[in-house]
Design a protein around this ligand. Structure first.
Ligand SMILES: [Zn+2]
Ligand SMILES: [Zn+2]
Length: 141
């Protein structure tokens, strides 16, 4: 199974092979600041499952964290980020665009991470982990 995603201007394309390793909505401040979004909805993939297919991406490395993002130098869109584990995180917005505007079950998020740091509340019934998925979940009080 392979899915090709492309930036808005079409100069950069990336092939996704197989399935993501983890599918989370991340509420942590690092993702929020680094990607400029309230929630970073971007499944994590093994690095070799996310391959440049067309064009050359620009890479910006975080000044002091082990994060980088690969983006198009023309339209500026982020194709994927790389986290401190070396995994590539691909925005669900890109996948949805490539699949006709919807997210299929194979890509849909299954959890919220770092929910204690949220700036917007979740509107679904997925598990809400206060930090990582090896820790406790948030309970409504
Ligand atoms: Zn572009
Ligand atoms: Zn995060």
């Amino acid at each position: 199974m392979s899915l090709r995603i492309a930036c808005l201007c079409g100069k950069i394309a990336v092939d996704l092979q197989g399935s993501p390793v983890a599918r989370a909505n991340c509420h942590c401040a690092s993702c929020r600041d680094f990607y400029g979004t309230s929630i970073w909805s971007a499944p994590a993939w093994q690095a070799d499952s996310v391959r440049m297919a067309e064009g050359t991406g620009h890479v910006f490395k975080h000044p002091h964290k082990q994060l980088s993002r690969t983006f198009c130098g023309d339209c500026g869109e982020v194709l994927f980020g790389t986290n401190r584990l070396g995994m590539r995180v691909v925005p669900n917005s890109m996948v949805a665009r490539a699949t006709g505007g919807t997210l299929d079950a194979a890509h849909a998020p299954t959890m919220h991470l770092f929910y204690r740091h949220r700036i917007v509340d979740a509107q679904d019934d997925l598990p809400r982990y206060l930090d990582g998925w090896d820790g406790p979940t948030w309970e409504a009080s």
